[in-house]
Design a binder for this molecule. Structure first.
Ligand SMILES: Cc1ncc(COP(=O)(O)O)c(C=O)c1O
Length: 432
């Protein structure tokens, strides 16, 4: 018998020793495992679009598949040109193709930005689940602002102003996300103007995460960039609005005044991911073209999401939990802290685990979005249905005709059945 060779040493960086995989992705993977074992769990944990990728993009990807060479680090020029024109046409954001950096998902670009920029990151919570862990990995100073139920879990200008007057955060990046993940809420024009003014007065940069811009339920997204063009970086990608999360394409538009930051990020990109997939970039071009196909697609996607999101929030509120009506996106945020009966859970994670096993509903706990462990909150993504079928069904309903519950029951069934189970559970808790 041979002796065992000595075990290899594993020297993890201290900042990674306690790093857990994203609770959102973990909840989604647990759901997949339970489903594979035959337990019919509703997949409401991950904000993945249920709708198909528009046909023009799929056809363009087929054609581009043989292109095998690396793309330029910053991204294909024809794509960056299309994005610059699109940003101006849709959201009045004035950027040149030179100001745009393409990456393999906006998540990666956000990470590289946090790496390149020296200084704190201000994050209102609840927030997108990766922004805080990324900063922690990089030892970036984080300044969290926990918003309140009274403020509908959104940052308000007064709150930001008070924070900036009591703490010197000059040079920081302020992360803003509208329509927001996890709440689906947006900022008003007045709020955006006030944030822009505060950014100038306190020398902040703004990272405006507009991943759900095109999923504003009324198609009326407002970007903060026109109010503060010299300080606003706009981050988004293909993942949500054309349903292409798995294609992994994001972009960051950086104001020309910040060109040293852009240069540093391009250098980092060149030494890390090299360039984004070339066929995906060619295919993405058609997403940013002015086309009746994409306009129609988005109009119909919004009709379904808006009707479904409103119904879900209304019913949850009527059963005693806090759940602001979403303005956009694919999700709502639920808080049971003011529920008429105290809930028998000490953490949001325990609550979500109970719902998974008792009601077969996978939600993402509030802690994933930077909320306190004890807060009994969770995100519900109303995306468990066949988006291809729902899209073909909504297309034949006249535009002016509202989408009613009968339609939603027929075409978004699994989500509404899960909602019914959630409401039954809430009724049971209230002893009804
Ligand atoms: C608000 C927000 N920002 C960024 C991302 C990252 O998107 P991607 O890396 O797929 O472009 C997500 C994904 O869920 C998100 O919800």
């Amino acid at each position: 018998m041979k002796d065992h060779p000595p075990s290899p040493s594993v020297n993890l960086r201290p900042s990674l020793r306690t790093l857990e995989p994203s609770p959102v992705l973990a909840a989604s993977e647990t759901t997949d495992i339970l489903r594979a074992q035959g337990t019919p769990v509703a997949k409401l944990a991950l904000s993945q679009s249920p709708f198909p990728v528009p046909d023009s993009l799929v056809q363009a990807l087929r054609q581009a598949a043989p292109i095998k060479s690396y793309a330029p680090v910053q991204g294909l020029l024809p794509l960056r040109e299309k994005i610059a024109a699109y940003l101006k046409r849709r959201f009045q954001v004035e950027r040149s193709p030179e100001d745009v950096l393409i990456g393999p998902g906006s998540k990666e670009l956000c990470f590289l930005l946090s790496l390149a920029h020296e200084g704190p990151l201000i994050v209102p919570t609840p927030c997108w689940s990766s922004i805080i862990p990324q900063a922690r990995i990089l030892h970036k100073p984080l300044f969290l602002i926990h918003t309140t139920r009274e403020d509908q879990f959104m940052l308000r200008p007064d709150t930001l102003s008070n924070t900036l007057c009591s703490t010197d955060l000059r040079g920081a990046i302020l992360y803003l996300n509208s329509p927001s993940n996890p709440c689906g809420l947006t900022y008003s024009k007045e709020e955006l103007e006030a944030f822009a003014e505060l950014a100038r007065a306190h020398d902040l940069l703004i990272l405006s995460d507009e991943s759900y811009a095109e999923l504003h339920h009324k198609g009326q997204h407002l970007s903060i960039a026109p109010f503060c063009p010299e300080r606003t970086l706009v981050l988004t990608g293909l993942s949500k609005w054309v349903g292409a999360g798995g294609w992994r394409l994001g972009y960051l538009s950086i104001p020309p005044d910040l060109h040293p930051l852009r240069r540093a990020m391009v250098a980092l990109a060149s030494q890390t991911f090299t360039a984004t997939s070339t066929p995906i970039q060619w295919a993405a071009i058609s997403a940013f073209e002015e086309s009746a196909e994409i306009e129609n697609y988005l109009m119909n996607v919004r009709r379904v999401l808006s009707a479904l999101g409103r119904l879900v929030a209304r019913r949850i509120q009527a059963h005693g939990a806090t759940c602001p009506q979403p303005h956009g996106g694919l999700h709502v945020f639920i808080d049971w802290s003011a529920f008429p009966r105290p809930l028998p859970f000490s953490t949001g994670q325990a609550l979500c685990s109970h719902l998974l096993h008792k009601a077969r509903i996978a939600l993402s706990p509030g802690i994933a979005f930077g909320r306190p462990t004890q807060e009994l909150s969770a995100r519900l993504s109303y995306v468990d249905f066949d988006g291809t079928r729902a899209l073909s069904a909504v297309q034949v309903i006249p535009r002016e005709q509202p989408i009613d519950e009968t339609f939603l029951r027929r075409h978004c069934g699994p989500t509404l059945e899960a909602l019914d189970r959630l409401l039954d559970w809430m009724r049971e808790l209230q002893g009804e």
